[in-house]
Write a protein that binds this ligand. Structure first.
Ligand code: TEU
Length: 538
């Protein structure tokens, strides 16, 4: 029998290390904290973990600004801690993916310190340097995602450098082959240590247009979700030139060649271009990325129509390309608040996790999603995220989804013995792990049972997908794989709904998932608010 790659249809649990568990009492989570909680993670029935960056960093963007790609930041522990983490995860049958932030470094990185000195040092061309225009203004109209223009003046060189994110995150010049090689060498360092996969941060940002052409203007669109501030001028341009250049494909092919020297490792690229579904299809072609991470379900739209259209659109473009879906991460408002509003139904959390885990592809769930955590209100004085500080109050940044995991209902929530780096909301203590462990019907117990059941549904893991014509707010789909044809129906609203199933097959309801479900009489299905219904089709 052909060996199945671990990542196909896998559920990946994203850990934001700062907020997982603090074992040394500095208010910030660490690698030993992750090790301590790996049994918990394994008990959820997920296949893998993805750990957000834990590398040496001044933490201006909390680790997404790397100063040394091969070192663990002392705040998080040591390389030995990482090796122990990897060994323990493997002993629990968990794969480990690490975050690789290749498109930019921190301004504290040695490469940048050298590069910025003058125009003729060995690293002079490692970043994107450009002269000012005649009137002293930046080389072109590119904007930074985190606010302001994407160029920063460097007096030593009398030139501007490019930064798509913070000005302390200078953009590497991937047009330079030495940069590509140095990057691949750094990736190889971690592959040699035995990691099972890479999450490639902002991977479509590696290359910029070498001619530095202006981006064309875009009419103001009301774009919500996806961690976007509605009044961010970044949204008033088409980003044809500052990212997603054709040269990227060759680099991805080289990266893939390197990865293919290792057994069953996977690359998951974070892709956010102008037409991210088309880019995803392009980047996941054979010989490039194994999976593309989609932003499309991180938006505010939670209609059955939107979800169906998005998935069908991707299916049409992607062909064999393998998507990775997600409804929550460390950049966007927590899903229960995004999709459930002020008063979310207690069944919403389990339902949306089940929904996303029923789509074709792999899935990244984010720490706390299994507890049904809502978005935390973080007051201005406690804000940490520079993106939120820049756009407050129209956009409050990303701190509300980054507050520490509530392990128990004590003052420190079992996260830290001292003051945590972000405040823990009171209501999260009520939703703590220890409470939910002993509460039948809690989101945590529902999540676990669903994941255990999903493992035995090959159609959910590997099957093809097609949608049924059902009216809003019902999402209905069929997954089909070799011996199994599975129907999945979701009532996405907070009211009961009835529908006539548009199918002629004999149905056998599947209740092993343990979630709130409906009643079937003939073809007539009654679904309570936020209920799910699964059935095998003859
Ligand atoms: O996020 C990438 C990112 O913010 C953009 O790709 C995207 O355009 C934006 O979310 C709007 O859709 C990654 C990390 O997830 C984030 O935490 C980092 O701050 C960022 O890269 C910079 O490294």
């Amino acid at each position: 029998m052909q060996k199945q790659s671990w990542w196909r249809g896998a559920i990946v649990y994203q850990i934001y290390p700062r907020s997982f568990l603090d074992t040394d009492g500095n208010g910030v989570g660490d690698l030993p904290g992750i090790i301590e909680k790996l049994d918990y993670v394994a008990s959820l029935g997920v296949d893998a973990i993805w750990i957000s960056p834990f590398f040496k960093s001044p933490m201006a963007d909390f680790g997404y600004d790397i100063a040394d790609y091969r070192a663990v930041d002392p705040l998080f522990g040591t390389l030995e801690d990482f090796d122990r983490l990897l060994a323990k995860a493997h002993s629990l049958n968990l794969k480990v993916m690490i975050d690789q932030v290749l498109s930019h470094t921190s301004n504290d990185h040695e490469w940048f310190k050298e590069s910025r000195e003058n125009r003729d040092n060995p690293k002079a061309d490692w970043y994107v340097w450009a002269d000012a225009q005649e009137d002293g203004t930046p080389p072109n109209n590119w904007m930074s995602i985190f606010g302001g223009v994407a160029w920063r003046w460097e007096p030593r060189r009398q030139q501007y450098y490019l930064h798509n994110f913070l000005s302390s995150q200078p953009d590497l010049n991937f047009h330079n082959p030495d940069v590509q090689q140095a990057t691949l060498d750094n990736v190889q360092f971690w592959l040699d240590r035995g990691v099972d996969g890479l999450r490639l941060d902002a991977i479509n940002f590696c290359f910029h247009d070498a001619k530095l052409r202006d981006n064309p203007p875009k009419p103001k669109a009301k774009r919500t979700g996806r961690g976007f501030s509605p009044d961010n001028p970044y949204a008033f341009q088409y980003h044809y030139y500052n990212n997603t250049q054709p040269e990227n494909l060759k680099f991805l092919a080289d990266l893939r060649q390197l990865m293919d020297r290792y057994d069953d490792v996977a690359a998951l690229g974070e892709i956010s271009s102008e037409d991210s579904l088309a880019t995803m299809a392009e980047y996941t072609r054979p010989g490039l990325l194994h999976m593309g991470y989609s932003f499309e379900l991180l938006t505010d739209d939670f209609s059955a129509r939107y979800i169906r259209e998005t998935v069908e659109n991707l299916e049409a473009k992607a062909g064999e390309g393998w998507p990775c879906w997600s409804i929550s991460n460390h950049d966007v408002k927590r899903v229960v608040s995004r999709w459930g509003g002020q008063n979310p139904s207690p069944h919403l959390a389990n339902q949306v996790s089940a929904m996303v885990c029923s789509l074709r592809g792999s899935v990244c769930v984010y720490q706390g999603e299994e507890l049904g955590l809502n978005e935390a209100e973080v007051p201005y004085e406690a804000l940490q995220d520079p993106y939120g500080i820049a756009f407050w109050p129209s956009f409050k940044g990303r701190d509300g989804c980054r507050t520490p995991m509530p392990w128990n209902d004590s003052e420190g929530a079992g996260f830290s013995a001292s003051t945590p780096w972000l405040p823990i909301p009171n209501e999260h203590r009520q939703m703590a792990v220890t409470r939910q462990e002993s509460e039948p019907g809690s989101p945590l117990q529902g999540f676990r049972r669903f994941m255990a059941w999903r493992k035995n549904q090959p159609a959910l893991r590997f099957g093809s997908i097609r949608f049924l014509d059902t009216p809003e707010p019902i999402l209905a789909l069929v997954r089909e794989h070799e011996q199994q044809r599975l129907l999945a129906v979701f009532n996405l609203s907070n009211q009961e709904h009835e529908l006539e199933l548009p199918l002629n097959h004999a149905l056998t309801a599947e209740n092993g998932h343990g979630l709130l479900t409906g009643k079937l009489a003939g073809r007539r299905l009654t679904l309570p608010a936020h209920a799910v219904f699964f059935a095998n089709l003859a």
